[in-house]
Design a protein around this ligand. Structure first.
Ligand code: 5GP
Length: 125
């Protein structure tokens, strides 16, 4: 079920549990600002999720309320994850679903990195 992006942060969401180490994830990157791990249901040869360590429901929440340091740290982490995955030369796509129409399912900001094959049109037609 898509989430309501205006809801308060839920500490029991699945990515909060991954951040606390309560459930496993195939982590590929970890720093003071962000953690990245493989999506459990990959939709491309590379499908990595990058999440901020802070408690932010969505891109809307993060862009409005995170500190400049958190935003810079997170954006740099997304780039570092893509470089570490070796997908810069072949290309990659970033996606952040926000709220109902986008179908956001997990209420903790996450950026998807897709790569490893031609990714098709931006939106389904
Ligand atoms: P959204 O639709 O919110 O943008 O994307 C949520 C993503 O989280 C989906 O691609 C889904 O496969 C992934 N996901 C959901 N639960 C888990 C989980 O427990 N572990 C991992 N690694 N990914 C998950």
């Amino acid at each position: 079920m898509p989430i309501d992006p205006t809801q308060p942060y839920d500490d029991q969401n699945i990515f909060a549990k991954i951040l606390r180490g309560e459930i496993p994830a195939k982590t590929v990157y970890d720093d003071d600002y962000a953690v990245a791990f493989h999506d459990i249901a990959p939709q491309a040869p590379h499908h990595i999720l990058v999440i901020p360590r802070g408690r932010y429901v969505s891109w809307d929440d993060f862009s409005a309320n995170a500190s400049d340091e958190e935003i810079a740290g997170f954006v740099r982490a997304v780039g570092a994850v893509a470089r570490a995955a070796g997908v810069v030369e072949s290309g990659y796509r970033l996606l952040a679903n926000v709220g109902l129409d986008a179908g956001q399912e997990v209420p903790h900001l996450h950026v998807h990195i897709f790569a490893g094959q031609p990714l098709g049109p931006m939106l389904s037609r």
